[in-house]
Write a protein that binds this ligand. Structure first.
Ligand SMILES: [Zn+2]
Length: 254
């Protein structure tokens, strides 16, 4: 049975070249100027899943960018893992902060990565991680070591709020049925510390406007009597957490 290390050694150059090809496509979902490239990346991912051994691969159209679905089902009695990832990337701006073109991947040594690391927009969010899982499937299918069923759901709108993902999931519950979801969109604590992220926080945006007097008020007459909106706002923000840093909004923890 071929070991993972020997498979990696003999395929490393190809893996890197393929990943570079993926990184060269500027799949910026937030900018319509790149729309064609986002669709092109979707096809690239679909082809990669086919090459890696998926039996059924679909480019599922949505109102926005496609969601790529792929599966390799070997035995209904075995557990099924669903891999989630995304193929779209953040815009490269501000481009003047890049010392090499954002969509021309290079391997560079830095203080943080003395052994060298790939630099390109999307390399570590999320094309690199997502591609790693595709290649893991390739290794396991080509060496006949796949221990479970695997499904992939790779979207192209993560960087713009995943607007069409919820509907896709709702409409495809049977297809997406799984025992474990493996999210590729995280990182490792350190290069020598394989890491599995078991939970992430979400976020919510709220815009609060506090208004006060529409003109300067004489401090000697009004000072202290009229609340300054900045004080009110500061008090509101500070009251969102208690002294133990717990969130005080009713219902938040339920
Ligand atoms: Zn991401």
């Amino acid at each position: 049975m071929k070991s993972l290390q020997s498979y990696l050694d003999s395929n490393k150059d190809r893996f890197v070249q393929e990943l570079f090809e993926l990184l060269r496509i500027p799949s910026v979902s937030a900018d319509s100027a790149y729309s064609k490239d986002v669709f092109k990346t979707a096809d690239f991912v679909a082809d990669s899943l086919k090459t890696a051994g998926c039996d059924a691969v679909e480019v599922c159209q949505t109102k926005g960018f496609p969601i790529i679905y792929g599966e390799k089902l070997i035995d209904p009695k075995l557990p099924t893992i669903l891999v989630y990832g995304h193929y779209d990337v953040q815009p490269a701006d501000p481009i003047e902060l890049w010392d090499a073109p954002a969509f021309e991947p290079i391997i560079k040594k830095t203080d943080l990565h003395p052994e060298g690391a790939i630099f390109a927009r999307g390399a570590c969010d999320d094309k690199g991680q997502m591609y790693m899982h595709v290649k893991a499937l390739e290794f396991m299918t080509s060496t006949d070591q796949l221990p479970c069923n695997v499904k992939f759901m790779i979207e192209g709108e993560e960087e713009v709020g995943s607007d069409n993902l919820a509907e896709f999931v709702k409409n495809n519950t049977t297809k997406l049925k799984n025992d474990v979801i493996l999210i590729s969109d995280t990182g490792m604590i350190a290069k020598d510390t394989p890491s599995i992220t078991t939970g992430l926080r979400g976020l919510s945006y709220v815009e609060v406007e506090v208004t006060g007097p529409n003109r300067d008020l004489h401090s000697g007459i009004y000072g202290g009597a009229v609340a300054n909106p900045i004080n009110v706002l500061a008090k509101m923000i500070a009251s969102l957490h208690d002294e133990n840093n717990h969130i005080t909004i009713p219902g938040f923890y339920f």
